[in-house]
Design a protein around this ligand. Structure first.
Ligand SMILES: [Zn+2]
Length: 393
């Protein structure tokens, strides 16, 4: 059921002002009795004081804030909600996923994905990074007018022809699945293609034990699994590496790469990610469900890395709500500041998807889209805490 207290506002082209008791301009700027002026589909000004007038909409005593950004999701797995075993290890989960996905068929996957897409604005989400293996979800996002990046994901080998397009509201890009499932030549090829198109390249990195051991050069069973799938990894340059150093050696890291998960990383990996300015996205609830651990968020922040947040899919997570994801981070990482958690779900996500000029904060020039959260707060220093704890964890 949609939450009636979350209102997603897309202002029209006419000049207008929206005001509220609290306005979160960005994670570090909270205004009281303030407003947002819009015109032509963009924010034109953030107003410290709001004059009355016919074009002013008073949203109420709650909180106006930027739309949330889900920087990593798999909508086409939405039909698998509550169908897979969680807490029994990663590999049983993957095998069950493949079996269930095949047995459901495309029409059931599309139906559930469409339902999930339609629910996003009601969850406060305005920008997405959607990763699609089967290619089923691009038109669903376009039909809904959702902004973001749609990644066609590739595994195995080959030199496909991804349909790349740097468009707004929805760009088409490419993703490699992971270092242990996608050949090094294909990863380099996709990274090169997306880089030339000015697009972000996405990849799961350092998530599972199987991946860690394979890249280390110590996982014969995964090697055999790839052979069974028709992929021969004998020339892959694995051995004595972490997934992060493996990708660094392939030339995959960099500011236009979005590395997702980073559940198992060394300090030297984090230094590499910081030095190369690689984008980062974390999916803590999915990690907890599948791997019984979450990334070391304080260590990332200490290096001035700016992690985005994602939910992964309903196959490994109870909801696609960023409110829920923020609440979970707050619950498990009380030492991380509310501003940093809010930044993960807004500003950092927009930057990670290459859309910081349109989303992430309420600033002049950004899209005239925002959330109004109808919840009371009595003082400025409670606003962010209220927002990040709004969901359920
Ligand atoms: Zn994923």
């Amino acid at each position: 059921m949609p939450d009636p207290r979350i209102q997603y506002i897309r202002a029209g082209n006419e000049p207008a002002v929206f005001k509220a008791k609290w306005v979160i301009k960005d994670p570090w700027t909270i205004l009281e009795n303030a407003g947002i002026a819009v015109a032509g589909g963009r924010i034109t000004a953030v107003l410290d004081t709001v004059p009355s007038g016919p074009s002013v909409t008073d949203c109420g005593p709650g909180i106006l804030m930027p739309p949330l950004v889900n920087a990593h999701m798999h909508l086409e797995l939405s039909a698998l909600a509550h169908r897979l075993p969680l807490g029994k290890g990663f590999e049983p989960w993957v095998k069950a996923l493949l079996t269930a996905r095949d047995s459901l068929g495309a029409s059931a996957l599309i139906r559930a994905a469409r339902h999930a897409v339609q629910a996003l604005p009601g969850q406060g989400t305005g920008l997405v990074g959607e990763v699609s293996t089967l290619g089923l979800t691009r038109s669903l996002l376009t039909d809904q007018g959702m902004a973001g990046v749609w990644f066609q994901e590739y595994l195995g080998t080959g030199y496909p022809a991804p349909d790349l397009a740097a468009d707004f509201p929805l760009s088409g890009s490419a993703a490699g699945h992971a270092p242990h499932t996608t050949s090094p030549d294909l990863l380099k090829y996709l990274k090169n293609r997306t880089q030339k198109a000015g697009l972000v390249f996405s990849i799961h990195v350092a998530e599972s034990d199987a991946e860690m051991r394979f890249i280390k050069g110590n996982n014969r069973s995964w090697h055999d699994f790839l052979i069974q799938r028709g992929i021969d990894p004998k020339d892959w340059p694995v051995g004595n590496k972490t997934p992060v150093t493996y990708l660094k050696d392939l030339g995959i890291l960099g500011p236009h790469t979005l590395a997702v998960h980073l559940l198992q990383v060394l300090d030297t990996d984090l230094d590499l990610l910081a030095d190369t300015q690689t984008g980062i996205c974390l999916c803590p609830r999915s990690n907890q469900n599948l791997h019984n651990r979450i990334p070391d968020i304080p260590a990332l922040l200490k290096r001035h890395l700016r992690p985005a947040l994602g939910t992964d899919s309903l196959a490994s997570c109870a909801s696609l709500s960023l409110f829920d994801e923020m609440a979970f981070v707050r619950h498990l990482c009380p030492e991380v500041s509310p501003a940093d958690i809010f930044a993960m779900a807004t500003k950092n996500g927009a930057s990670a998807l290459g859309l910081a000029d349109r989303f992430g904060t309420l600033s002049p020039g950004k899209q005239s889209e925002f959330i109004y959260l109808d919840t009371g707060v009595s003082s400025r220093n409670q606003v962010l805490e209220k927002v990040i704890c709004y969901g359920t964890c």
